[in-house]
Design a protein around this ligand. Sequence first.
Ligand SMILES: Cc1ncc(COP(=O)(O)O)c(C=O)c1O
Length: 475
Amino acid sequence: MENDLIKKLYSEVAFEELSTEVVKELANHISNTTNGKNEKTIRWNTPEKELKFWLDFLENGRNDEFISEILKRTTHTHHPKYVGHQVAAPSPITALTSMVSSILNNGMAVYEMGMSPSAIERIVTDKVCAKIGYGSNSGGFLTSGGTLANLTALLSARKAIVKHDVWNEGHKGQLGIMVCEEAHYCVDRAARIMGLGEQGIIKVPAGEDYSLNTDLLNTCFQQAKAKGIEIFAIIGSAPSTATGAYDNLHAIAQFAESKQIWFHVDGAHGGAAIYSKKYKHLVTGIDKADSVVIDGHKMMLMPTITTALLFKDKRHAQHTFSQKADYLLNDTAEDQWYQSGKKTFECTKTMMSLHWYVLLKFYGEAIFDEFVTRQYDLAQEFAEMVQEHPSFELATWPQSNILCFRVIEDSKSNEELNDLNARIRQLLLEDGEFYLVQTKLRGVLYLRTTLMNAFTTKSHLSDLLEKIVAVKTTV
Ligand SMILES: Cc1ncc(COP(=O)(O)O)c(C=O)c1O
């Protein structure tokens, strides 16, 4: 046995040949999607048919057609008619840093296994902290996704605020968090993972515009207290997922301070507004948060999965997973910023800092300002188009680049309209020219768009409205 397969697997020549082909194919893909030459954003297939295709391909498919088949059978975030879920159309340069990370595979848990990406991560997170408006005690790290980052932040909050040592001794009494009913479901999930149970998740009702109704904060807190629930954290969404509404972070910060509880901002989607000169007012008060999450793979043009978790006081990052009962921060402890695994939930992670750094190095923070501002502006223009069109109704005026609307017909009941809009969305999915999603708000089903793509223009959005009108006639 000469280990022929292994030699082949690592062949430099084969790698260069293959990667040249793949890069060519991806470059073509980017060009043909961003310019809209490819007609479809998604070529819909049922899960069963897709499964059958790939089972068959494993036996009979041609190796040189693998990538092209993947391209045909996936959703094209780079297409200007992609207005679906909140994932970026990643900048091509960050696809290259993904490749570098994959080849080097430095696992990052300890400094030696990722020297440059650890130093780079420190630089990147320090810069985000400065942009948030944090002082010199701040710091953070990168981790694998907003869901994990929100859980980590709440674990930090519990360690910092709750007087007894939950990490070592388990719960004594009922702990709780406060969060708007409109927040992303991962906050609810994090609280349940932490053993708070349903009773420990105090859902604050949203106001008319779907943001947290800050008038109800005190009542919700007192009601929970009367039931013996010890609230240790409150979460503000910047913005929430379904409608893109920003909570009033300034008011929540004041409330958190008055109750001496942790204030966490879930800015997974729109925390990036810190970079927009025009829209940063939406996150006024974010600098008062004890912790903030921002996803690079949503509004910051990076590939999945790249998330920053930032702390106003970086010592909290060191203590979250520490076995010692050191919730009273120890000033003299060495700041081991370079030991990622001590701070992160995961042990091994990718070298995600490279994506953030390469964008800063090549384009500066201006790229984030330009992108966020463009997309949020476009949502305002789209809202005007929807509002002026007699066939449509807005759910609420957009605050970010998330916009929900629905088809209306005077003769139809709410239930019939829900069915009609759901049917339209299914037909649009099967048609594949556009990709958008749906959501239910207060029992009403809306078509939901997130303007994630820098190539989407008013003209594409006008085409979308006309397409929906045409599809409606076939229902
Ligand atoms: C507000 C908000 N928080 C958290 C998440 C979860 O982030 P991730 O998908 O990176 O885990 C999302 C995802 O859409 C979100 O919109």
